[in-house]
Design a protein around this ligand. Structure first.
Ligand code: ADP
Ligand code: MG
Length: 500
């Protein structure tokens, strides 16, 4: 590794609140002087991560290193780290000077010196007024609020108050500044200005900034490195450019910018099929692999009908200041397109997507998912089959009466016939039977991949061409006709959200 100093390192850090994992096996390092941003939707564990770095929260497992030393058990006030929160938390009864000097006045340090008779003495001392004055005016200059010392903090605007909060955090000369959505309470204009100022301050101070936001644009403009989080786990770490241009999965692509995400299948070397059409692409994935295909709205070109790769029709168009945002429909699939030239609603046209604008990502495949519906007999139909299942999982605390109606915990009687559900089945929960009659759905084995200690087999059904992906230790052959059985308790059902 090149010589890059890691100032902070999280190794296998986890945090659990009331049995729920807020942060999962987090491995991350921050380089000295870096501006790193943790980005993710609300509740994904950003603040918890920051609070563990600050020492306000103890990890349940894993450790945190500062300059290579384990600080997991070091209390917050002994860490050279300061935090700026969204709510500026200034003392309203103190003026600007006293707000900033507050911590400095309490600070004690050990001073060692030689007396005239050569003895070495160590004394605990406080900072002198001159030193404090100098420090306060230095930081006020940094946040562009010189001459504001005597002002009452309650007379300042939100942006000014937040600058005071930043001044108060940096006056202690921390090695690391943590900022938890520090601009969240400001209006858009102020936020934009402060983004630039913070970036400037980072340059001037030369210290490490660990920044938290749920705003992707903010992360893209300010950071050297972005860490994208979802559900307590890191999805991707990279420069803003990497994250924008080469998102690792559909979540990152979607979160980072507006994107079209299609379900696709690899049908040849650098050939992917989506929206019912085969496109050339540049990413190579195994044949028949199910993939997510991401295309940015600005990378779809509209041309006259018959002149592009796929024909369709424009169903909406909105002017967005510099470009039009149009929705183009092919069959049932909608594609969002941005273009400076408008095509009117109802116009039939065609699109071109160039190979290097097609970003292919492995689908995170952890279980089989299907759309299904419940029958009169309380079985569930999906993937060309009908399966016994437990419908009471759809309503917590429910049971079935003698006639087979579902009775909810509140004693409401519900007829589930034809109710749409989403179905999940684990890869290991499907049994393959070597004929196409004894199981509950049948199909042909189209792919077998050896995964080191087991085979992953894909069975495609005849009519709907749905796939069962099965992990098994047994060997099968491609093109075998088989059927599948799934234990009722392994079929996970959820009610589909009602859409209007
Ligand atoms: P973010 O900052 O990304 O919005 P947080 O780190 O605040 O997310 O929260 C992550 C998860 O942990 C959330 O589900 C939240 O409800 C939970 N959580 C955070 N702090 C606590 C706490 N002190 N007690 C219980 N649950 C918490
Ligand atoms: Mg938060």
């Amino acid at each position: 590794m090149e010589k890059e100093e890691k100032i902070i390192e999280l190794i296998g850090v986890e945090k659990i609140f009331d049995g729920e994992q807020a942060v999962e096996n987090m491995n991350l390092y921050v380089r000295k002087g870096e501006f790193i941003t943790i980005l993710g939707p609300s509740g994904c564990g950003k603040s918890t991560t920051l609070r563990m770095i600050a020492g306000f929260e103890m990890p349940d497992s894993g450790k945190i290193l500062l300059n290579g030393k384990d600080i997991t058990n070091v209390p917050p006030y002994e860490r050279p780290i300061n935090t700026v929160f969204q709510r500026y938390a200034l003392f309203p009864h103190l003026n600007v000077y006293d707000n900033i000097a507050f911590g400095l006045k309490l600070k004690k340090f050990r001073n060692t010196y030689k007396t005239s008779d050569g003895k070495i003495v160590t004394k605990t001392e406080k900072l002198s007024k001159d030193v404090i004055d100098a420090k306060v005016s230095r930081v006020l200059k940094l946040v562009d609020l010189e001459e504001f010392e005597k002002r009452d903090v309650t007379t300042l605007s939100g942006g000014q108050q937040q600058r005071i909060a930043i001044a108060r955090a940096i006056v202690n000369e921390p090695e690391i500044l943590l900022l938890d959505e520090p601009l969240g309470a400001l209006d858009l204009k102020m936020r934009k200005d402060m983004q630039l100022e913070l970036k400037e301050m980072h340059k001037k101070l030369g210290i490490t900034f660990i920044y938290v936001t749920h705003d992707q644009e903010e992360a893209l403009t300010m950071s050297d490195t972005i860490v994208v989080m979802k559900d307590g786990t890191i999805q991707q770490i990279g420069t803003p450019k990497d994250i924008y241009n080469e998102p690792k999965n559909a979540f990152v692509a979607d979160f980072i910018g507006e994107s079209n995400i299609f379900s696709g299948t690899m049908v040849g070397k650098t050939k992917v099929r989506f929206i019912n059409k085969v496109f050339d692409c540049v990413d190579d994935f195994p044949l028949n692999e199910k993939v997510d295909v991401v295309v940015r709205p600005e990378d779809v070109f509209l041309v006259d009908e018959g002149k592009g790769q796929v024909d369709g029709v424009i169903i909406s168009s909105i002017f967005k200041g510099v470009h039009y945002e149009m929705t183009f429909v092919v069959g049932k699939t909608e594609i969002v397109i941005q273009d400076t030239m408008e095509r009117k609603v109802g116009e039939r046209c065609s699109v071109i997507i160039k190979p290097d604008d097609i970003h292919i990502m492995a689908k995170e495949f952890d279980c089989n998912r299907y759309d299904g519906y419940i029958t009169k007999k309380n079985t569930v139909c999906f993937a060309d089959g009908e399966f016994a299942c437990d419908v009471t999982q759809l309503y917590e605390g429910s049971h079935l009466d003698e006639e087979g109606y579902l009775i909810t915990a509140d004693c409401e009687k519900i007829d589930l016939t034809d109710v749409d559900v989403s179905v999940e089945v684990g890869l290991k929960d499907i049994e393959i039977i070597d004929n196409d009659v004894d199981g509950d759905a049948c199909g042909t084995i189209i792919q077998i991949v050896y995964k080191g200690d087991h085979y992953q087999i894909i069975i495609r059904t005849d009519k709907e061409e749905e796939d069962f992906v099965v992990d098994t230790e047994y060997t099968w052959n491609e093109n075998d006709r088989v059927s599948v059985k799934i234990p009722a308790d392994k079929i996970k059902l959820k009610l589909k959200a009602v859409t209007k």
